[in-house]
Design a protein around this ligand. Structure first.
Ligand code: SF4
Ligand code: SF4
Length: 316
C-alpha cells in the first residue's frame, strides 16, 4: 500500500480510502459485526483512511473497527447542514459517534455550485471555527462539479477537496473528466489535499472496473481514491488490482450487477423529493406520475434512498 500526505495538511493517508457508504443502510446494510470485520480486514491490507458522512449512517461500523484497530486511522466525514446549528450538531454527532475529541477531516457535503457554496456560508464558518479551536484538523468540501472544484482551489481556507472523478466523466455535473482534472491540478498546486470518489461511477463502470480503478489511482494529482467495498471479494479484488495482481475473487466481483428497486404503488406518492435529490437526472416522474429510474445515469450514491419519506427505494 502506498501512503501520501493530503496536500499541505500534514495528514498521512493510504492511497486507498475505504468509502463506507456501501456498508450501511443506504447500500449493503451489513450487520455491525460484518461491517466492522470488513473494515478491520481493510486495515490489515494497509488501508488507513475511511470516508464517511453524517447521512451514510456508518459511524457505528467505523467506531467498532476503530476500537479494535492497532494502527491510527484517519476518518473523513461531511455534512449537508444548511445552518450553523445543524453544522454544530453534525460535528458533535461525529465526535460522539466516532469516540474522537478531534475529527481528522470534515467537509461540506456535495457543494453543487457557487450559489450553494454561498448559501452554506454559516456552515462553513462553523467549520472554520471548529478548526481554529482544534476540534477539526482539516476542512473542505466534496463536489460533483468541476466548477466548484476549481473555485475551491482558490479558497485559501479549503484544505481538502473530495471531487467526483472517473475516466468516463460519469456524474460530473459540468465540464467532464478533463475539466475536473485541471481543477484538481490547480487545487494540488495550491496545497490542497485531494481524494477522489466514484472511480467506477457507483457501478456504472463495473464492466471495466479494473481499468477504471487503476486509472483513478494513477492520476498523479489525486492523493487517495475512495472506493466503496461491501464485501471481502470486492476488497481483495480492488486492492489486488492496484498491487498488479489478479485475485481469484475478481471472478465473483465480475458477476455483480448493481440494481435498485422502487416500491411503487401504494408506497410511492409521486412527491418528487427523490428526484430533487438526484444530481444526475437518473430519476423522473413517469407517465403514471410515479418515480421512474434511468439506470444508465445512476451513480448508486444512495442519496435518493435517504430522501424518500416512505422508504420506497432500496438497493438490491
Ligand atoms: S437515482 Fe439515486 S442512487 Fe442513482 S444517482 Fe440518483 S440519487 Fe444517486
Ligand atoms: S421520494 Fe419516495 S414517494 Fe416521493 S417520488 Fe420518490 S420514491 Fe416516490
Amino acid at each position: 500500500m502506498e501512503y501520501r500526505e493530503l496536500g499541505d495538511t500534514g495528514i498521512l493517508v493510504s492511497r486507498v480510502c475505504f468509502g463506507s457508504l456501501t456498508l450501511g443502510p443506504l447500500c449493503a446494510n451489513l450487520s455491525l459485526a460484518e461491517g466492522r470485520d470488513l473494515l478491520l480486514e481493510a486495515f490489515n491490507l494497509g488501508v488507513t483512511f475511511i470516508d464517511s458522512a453524517e447521512q451514510y449512517r456508518t459511524y457505528p461500523y467505523i467506531r467498532a473497527a476503530l476500537d479494535q484497530s492497532e494502527v491510527p486511522i484517519v476518518v473523513a466525514s461531511k455534512t449537508y447542514a444548511h445552518n450553523d446549528q445543524e453544522a454544530s450538531w453534525a460535528i458533535e454527532d461525529a465526535r460522539i459517534a466516532l469516540g474522537r475529541e478531534t475529527l481528522d477531516i470534515f467537509l461540506l457535503h456535495e457543494v453543487r455550485d457557487e450559489e450553494d457554496w454561498h448559501s452554506r456560508s454559516a456552515v462553513w464558518q462553523v467549520l472554520l471555527d471548529a478548526k481554529a479551536n482544534g476540534i477539526i484538523k482539516a476542512i473542505g468540501l466534496s463536489t460533483h462539479s468541476a466548477r466548484v472544484a476549481s473555485m475551491a482551489a482558490n479558497i485559501s481556507e479549503v484544505d481538502i477537496i473530495h471531487p467526483l472523478l472517473n475516466l468516463a466523466g460519469i456524474g460530473i455535473n459540468d465540464g467532464g473528466t478533463d475539466a475536473m482534472l485541471s481543477a484538481i491540478a490547480a487545487a494540488k498546486a495550491a496545497g490542497k489535499g485531494v481524494y477522489s470518489m466514484k472511480a467506477i461511477a457507483g457501478g456504472g463502470l463495473m464492466h471495466q472496473a479494473k481499468e477504471a480503478i487503476c486509472w483513478a489511482y494513477q492520476q498523479p494529482e489525486v492523493d487517495a481514491v475512495a472506493i466503496g467495498f461491501k464485501d471481502r471479494a470486492e476488497l481483495i479484488t480492488d486492492i489486488g488490482w492496484l498491487n498488479g495482481e489478479e485475485p481469484a475473487e475478481a471472478q465473483e466481483v465480475a458477476l455483480i450487477d448493481r440494481n435498485m428497486t422502487f416500491d411503487k404503488e401504494p408506497s410511492c406518492h409521486g412527491c418528487g423529493l427523490c428526484i430533487k435529490r438526484c444530481s444526475t437526472g437518473a430519476l423522473y416522474l413517469g407517465d403514471d406520475n410515479l418515480v421512474a429510474w434511468d439506470k444508465s445515469k445512476c451513480l448508486y450514491c444512495g442519496y435518493c434512498i435517504a430522501a424518500c419519506p416512505w422508504f420506497c427505494i432500496s438497493f438490491c
